[in-house]
Design a binder for this molecule. Sequence first.
Ligand code: ADP
Length: 251
Amino acid sequence: MKPIVKVQDLDLYYSEFHALKKVSLDVKERSITAFIGPSGCGKSTLLRTLNRMNDMTPGVKIKGSVSIGGYEIYSKQVDVETLRKKIGMVFQQPNPFPKSIYDNITYGPKIHGIRKKNELDDIVEKSLRGAALWEEVKDYLKRSAFSLSGGQQQRLCIARALAVNPDILLMDEATSALDPISTLKIEELVQELKHNYTIIMVTHNMHQAARVSDDTAFFLNGEVVEFDETKELFSAPEDKRTEDYISGRFG
Ligand code: ADP
């Protein structure tokens, strides 16, 4: 499988604080890559670097290379809005808009100029099906998104991300606020989504990474200590620090 994301020698500073140190990794297309490691080691920072969300944080300095689909995303020619359209993101807390289920999904497509009702209807159905939510909500599309359970809201946020047809889905601890059954549903959903999308997930739950992902990167103090196929990393870690972490000796 060819890489869709290539990170090379990436350093990121929050003012003086060196948050990512010479990070290099390739993310394969249509696969699930997990970032694991103790809290504060740079997982979310790297995730936010991939859709240039860190641009909005004052004092951030970046050195090194991040290319997505062959384009250097920090070059001056890159249009950040177009980049973000290609890269959806789902956060820890479900964050639907205070709008109906239908309007949550159509929000992005409308911004991108889609107006026809039949086209929007199709996008709503396709996105909700893609997020395994259609059967549960198809008769209630005009209801507020807040009428849904937490797990359903998170699947709605995934559907909202899918509605603008991204290539990559970034998930930042997307199940950590959910109950075990909703978590399992999202894990199953992610396995389905990888047939059409590239998924990169931050998780503090290494069992989740082991269950769900194809590749895993283990982070510590801003460095990627080890990056490998998930089954290799968990069964035969090369670095003592990875071994200590996955066997529960710290973190
Ligand atoms: P993780 O996702 O592994 O928990 P983060 O990427 O959120 O870690 O954070 C990595 C480090 O960068 C932490 O020490 C954190 O305090 C720091 N950090 C994160 N965001 C900011 C910010 N906006 N300003 C300054 N420091 C930050």
